[in-house]
Ligand binder design. Structure first.
Ligand code: ADP
Ligand code: MG
Length: 636
């Protein structure tokens, strides 16, 4: 493809939630009937999660709801007797005297309900944050238990984001569940009262609530679909926001005058999200309007029925008075039931994303074999092929490679030749597409990965700078030990000892400048700490992926000088571009486009014609600056 061809192509667009996505399909079938069927399941699930985190509160909540329902029904019945007493014949003091017991019941019922309402709010606010924590932890646990390859798979982050939202809204389901229960209980109380007054009132009432129900469910569906549609954009917005605020980009954004471009991109993305959001709320409003209209008409029918019953003598005046009150209660409750059911349903859809992610870890559950390996003495790749998901070419294309304890093997090659990929396959971070990687004869597919990684010490090309103390940065991943001797030994092998010694609290210094009070290291100093972490691990397989890229010559020399000692009881794979330094290796393997093109000692390869000598000569070539000086003439 020529450069003009590239110019002609339009920029690629983010499109994570495509038509045909399973969630998209599922959401299309959100209907009132479907919802009514799913609701008990969702309620049960929210209850069981709450039950797991806080039993006493759940028991308290349920008890409160039941008592509150009974109080509501009693209150309504007491209304009938109050009205009946007040409109009966006799003088006013007799009537009041007759009415007072039911007035007392009415007052008590109202008092009890108010107290219970406060208790319910308190209890559900107690449970909700715990539920959310539980959900988030379970999600993080699942995500860290996925294959590394998951991160290369399109849609994994997307599913993770959706699952994350499921975890965040999980606390809402407790509140929504409570509100639903409260509305439901009050609906039942009202319905019982109405049923006693006149059975015909109940079916009419349910009919009257139908239009609102349909409208609520439709709105829930529209808003869920809108968020599914925009998940990619929302993530991009989050990423941009992160870069705009992050200190690591801060210097580039300023010196590179990137802010206007980035802010414009941010603005356009947020506008697209708000446009979709606006469409969905407009649709929601339209449906709410239609629902209200339908609901209003239906209520008119119910009121008409009530008047007809009264006119035809099927209801007494006292009963009709109660019916009016009960109808108002029940209408409010029906709306509460439907609104909360729709909310639970929407929350439930997000929570489904969460539980699906947990079930299959976003489709990439870690393959756990039954072989519990010891530290490998020989790691061997045979005819190894690896292709990243969604990629069209093999990143590794028929590699044969061996490394043994006591040996340092250097991997060299140009950018993109497959060095990092190979190091991830040797350490079982990836599994072969075809061919094998074996640890002492056991294919990595048969290993228990957690057990295997205990024997691996890896400094990846992009290592993490943990916002923790220097000590934690070195010992992270190892059981806690109070003995500092080993820490200092590892630090000294990596040249991190002098870094730590200069910190104001030594190993106890917090390495996080952004966070109040922390100290910050330079890129090279961080690299020394990452190397110290690798040396600290008592692992049989040490893989260093360009470990000295940021180091000064003295620090680099120290690493290479110490590597031999580290290799005494380890197999060492060293990826590096500093070709002069690979002399430390017992063997050098040269990769090109995913294949081994040369293999031998440094001595051999630096003399034989081939890629290695070519790269070595380029690295040692000092002619380019000299020519420039010559061309510009003296005086420079
Ligand atoms: P090296 O470490 O030698 O520079 P890598 O092993 O990182 O090279 O990459 C080898 C090839 O695999 C490159 O062509 C690169 O584009 C591709 N590649 C690396 N990582 C990924 C990934 N996560 N998804 C898809 N392709 C990848
Ligand atoms: Mg690499």
């Amino acid at each position: 493809m020529t450069s003009t061809d590239i110019d002609k192509q339009a920029d690629e667009e983010i499109n994570f939630a495509w038509e045909g996505d399973s969630r998209w399909e599922a959401a299309k079938y959100i209907t009132l009937r479907h919802m009514a069927g799913r609701l008990p399941h969702l309620m049960r699930r929210s209850l069981s999660i709450a039950w797991r985190v806080d039993r006493p509160s759940v028991v308290g909540l349920l008890a409160c709801q039941i008592v509150s329902g009974i109080a509501a029904a009693l209150g309504l019945f007491a209304t009938t007797s109050t009205i009946a007493a007040l409109i009966s014949s006799g003088n006013i003091s007799d009537r009041l005297w007759e009415a007072w017991p039911s007035v007392a019941v009415l007052a008590a019922a109202a008092g009890i309900r108010a107290t219970l309402f406060i208790t319910v709010t308190w209890l559900s606010s107690r449970i909700a944050p715990r539920v959310q924590q539980e959900f988030e932890l379970m999600l993080l646990e699942a995500a860290t238990g996925s294959e590394l390859a998951a991160y290369d798979s399109p849609g994994f982050r997307d599913r993770w984001d959706n699952a994350e939202r499921g975890a965040i809204v999980s606390k809402d389901i407790i509140e929504e569940g409570q509100d639903f229960l409260a509305a439901f209980v009050s609906l039942m109380a009202g319905a019982v009262v109405l049923g006693v007054l006149h059975p015909l009132l109940i079916p009419f009432l349910l009919l009257a609530s139908l239009p609102q129900g349909i409208a609520q469910v439709h709105s829930a569906r529209v808003s869920y679909l809108a968020s599914v549609k925009m998940v990619g954009h929302s993530r991009m917005i989050g990423v941009l926001r992160w870069h705009l605020a992050d200190r690591h980009s801060a210097d580039q954004i300023r010196a590179g005058t990137m802010a206007p471009f980035l802010l414009d991109k941010y603005r356009r993305l947020t506008h697209r999200v708000t446009d979709v959001h606006r469409q969905s709320v407009a649709e929601g409003a339209r449906m709410a309007f239609l629902g209200a209209l339908g609901g209003g008409l239906a209520s008119a029918v119910v009121w008409g029925l009530l008047i007809a019953l009264l006119a035809t003598g099927h209801l007494t005046v006292a009963a009709a008075g109660t019916a009016v009150l009960a109808l108002r209660t029940v209408t409010g409750s029906v709306q509460g039931v439907v609104r909360n059911a729709a909310m639970i349903f929407r929350t439930g859809m997000y929570m489904d994303d969460w539980s699906k992610f947990l079930e299959e870890t976003g489709g990439h559950r870690l393959a756990v074999g039954d072989v519990i390996p010891g530290g490998p003495e020989e790691v061997r790749a045979e005819n190894l092929v690896y292709r990243y998901e969604g990629s069209e070419k093999n990143a590794l294309d028929g590699i044969d490679f061996t490394v043994r304890t006591g040996e340092i093997v250097a991997l060299v090659g140009e950018n993109g030749s497959g060095k990092s990929t190979l190091s991830r396959l040797l350490t079982r971070l990836h599994l072969p597409t075809s061919g094998t990687v074996t640890w002492d004869g056991h294919p990595t597919t048969s290993l228990d990965p957690h057990a295997a990684w205990k024997h691996v010490s890896l400094v990846p090309q992009d290592f993490s700078c943990w916002p923790m103390t220097a000590r934690d940065n070195i010992t992270l991943g190892q059981p806690h030990s109070d003995d500092e001797k080993d820490i200092w030994e590892a630090a000294s092998a990596a040249g991190a000892d002098e870094v730590v010694r200069e910190l104001r609290s030594g190993l106890s210094t917090l390495l996080a400048r952004e966070w109040l009070n922390g100290a910050e290291l330079s890129g090279g100093q961080w690299q020394r700490v990452a190397l110290a972490r690798a040396f600290y691990r008592p692992a049989a397989l040490l893989v260093l992926d360009e470990p000295t890229s940021a180091l000064d010559p003295r620090a680099e020399h120290r690493i290479f000088a110490n590597l031999r000692r580290a290799a005494r009881d380890r197999a060492v794979v060293l990826v590096t571009h500093r070709l002069a330094n690979v002399a430390v290796a017992d063997r050098v393997v040269v990769l090109d486009h995913g294949r081994v093109v040369q293999e031998g000692t440094f001595e051999m390869l630096s003399k034989a014609p081939g890629l290695f000598r070519e790269l070595l000569e380029l690295q040692n070539d000092r002619t380019v600056p000299a020519q420039r000086r010559a061309a510009k003439g003296p005086g420079l």
